[in-house]
Design a protein around this ligand. Sequence first.
Ligand code: FES
Ligand code: FE2
Length: 427
Amino acid sequence: MDHPEAIENLKARMASEVSRQTPPPTFKGFPPLAPGRYTSQDFFDLEMKHLWTKMWLYAAHESQVPEAGSYLLLDIPWASIFLIRGEDNKIRAFYNVCSHRGAPIVRDKEGKERLLRCTYHQWGYNTQGKLVSVMHERDFAETFDKSCLGLVEVKCESWNGLIFVNEDPNASPLLEWLGMIADEFEQFEMDKLRPAAIRSYELTCNWKLTMDAFLEVYHIKGIHPKTVGPALDETGAVMGLLPNGHTRMTCPTTMGEEDKINRGYADDDTSLPPIPMGEIAANYHVSHNIFPNIITPVSEGARQFLMFWPTTKDRTRVDVVHFGLDWGKNEKPKAWETLLSFWEVVMGEDLQFLEQQQRAVVSPGFRGYNLSFMERRIYYAHESIDRIIGPQNIPEDLRVEQLLKDYQEQPWHHAADPILLKQQAAE
Ligand code: FES
Ligand SMILES: [Fe+2]
């Protein structure tokens, strides 16, 4: 995204989006998304089996496990997993399950230990997950072999200070999965940041409703009239559909400093030290979706990872990690308080209808989602879910038609707007 051609390409595409009066001629509309995608237990079970337990999922920032022995218990709803930095400085992830009879090894959310001791019968594990001590070992048979009874490891890789885990032992490497996202994120130098706050919101709705809500800017004048609505020109939003289900949105901004002050609300993060970013992110609103569950808006002094975690088919936890430039040994900048209270207002706006929408999808009054061209990132995310589950595994009435795969962007050096290219070819 720092490439000069890429910058020009994105600017031209935003201008072209603003000026069009109709969708591109190649756009023939999206079939409605079936309500059952949000309500069916079978569909949820398919997601669990093929998606959630096979994906690279953001776990933490490296600064959260700073020293040998630092551990962090993750909040993944379906699996108890913790991170620990070993004596060898490597960060590993383990299931929080004792090899004796399954009691938890780690019970505090975070801490620091050189020897992790299961409280139940005192089995002890080192920071690399090896079983090193067993109480009354004399009572186990001769065949008992401590070397085979270490904690079960979960795949764990770091990228730019960000730690991801994947429960699938056969998963491809993280960087391969991230693909273009990894290149585009170089400009953000995430290893120089650190989480300033983490906020969570529990909602009675399917996780995809929360995801859908953050994949479009069609709603911003409707539900954010006084906060972020006036700041963006949603008609210029460009949706980059990237391989592996990832997406990027770039959107022109419309407000000068004076407008911000006149509106009298406090989203001003300019008193936070600026975080690294390239030209497009500095001048436009940029937000990526790292598939399946992260949305990453960025502003001058802060960036967020919004994450959607299914707890059941109709309950979701939304976590928002607020990152800022590492303040080292100094006090955390006071401006965070202002920014966080602004975010509470905006999140309240964004989440306000989701529980009612969940009730709506089971109502005879609802016939399915009807999406516009501007909402194509939502359709693409649903297509990507189906591609990962395998369309043949999904009941026909719940499947989405694969329509957008051919519109995926290629890496920047031969970047061109695939939608426009198809359009030109059709003209
Ligand atoms: S369950 Fe951990 S020592 Fe028994
Ligand atoms: Fe919003």
